[in-house]
Design a protein around this ligand. Sequence first.
Ligand code: TXA
Ligand code: MG
Length: 338
Amino acid sequence: MKTEILSDRSETELRRAAQLLAENKLVAFPTETVYGLGANALNGDAVKRIFEAKGRPQDNPLIVHLESPQKAEALAYTSELYYKLAAAFMPGPITVIIPKKDVLPEAVTAGLDSVGIRVPLYAPARELIRIASVPIAAPSANISGKPSPTKAEHVIADMDGRIEAILCGDDCKVGVESTVVKITGEDSLVICRPGGVTEEMLKAVCGNVTIDPAVLSKFDGKPVSPGMKYRHYAPEASVEILVGSEEMVERFLSDKTDFAVICYSGDKKLQKNKNVLILGDENDSQEQASKLFSCLRECDKDKSIKNIYARMPKKSGVGLAVYNRLIKAAGFKITELK
Ligand code: TXA
Ligand code: MG
């Protein structure tokens, strides 16, 4: 298949992308979190093609992207808490899971009775949805199991030839996927996936905020979000997280070969290694989030790298999302250095 490469800076090309979506074709598009792989959420056949293009497991539901929070009325049962969250965080990097209505095809929700609603902050994405005039089901636009795409070039690498069009735009500022929350009561929600909207921010709006155990560690039960159970965000080399000071990591690496090290801008000694990826300032979790997936993809380009060692990030604020993506890339392999 020939994939049209379009730019969101051209009004004509943005319209072309919207037209393809309205015609039930697949179009990848930028958001503030990661690039999405979109299809008309009301068309079951279009939605099924998303799963084929990504090689995505059928039991993993998609989230639905809308131009405004009110548009959810046609698709799902909203509530007071939904609108409180919408007022505080939409448009923005959050997905809110609420009970779905029957108009949504089974393929979108993978048979669940709920649907994730998201209104992206990145303006061209909302413009695209507005012009297409349909709700857009979209997972991240990567091949299943690869790190999510945060730059147009990542999407082209994964999806060229598999979908009708790629709308290219800015690099994704947040850099990790949206915070997924499920409303579980009048004043309660569960964080199923951490992201740009943090636990602290949610606590300012909702009385009872809990974190699904699958977010923080290997979890053998059934996570609230089916997506949390897969080994995700994986580059081809194996990933291991190292807990310890820069000196401890340096000592650990001294007898290792064929590795890359992920560290922070202050880790000057570690930066003397051959393959170094700097996530950013150790105390700037947002900077780390925006660079994480690019770093993991960078490692994939060099086939001589067999192991990636990442010095443990700070877990507070958006740092929880960085930690969550790293432990999943690492298949929960964490080593405490002595
Ligand atoms: O930032 C994002 O959320 C990006 C951009 C494109 O918007 N999208 C994205 O989609 O990350 P995806 O499919 O890669 O991740 C959606 C996550 C999965 O873990 C899925 O299991 C969960 O949301 N999810 C979706 N619908 C759900 C539902 N009804 N109940 C529980 N979890 C759900
Ligand atoms: Mg994904």
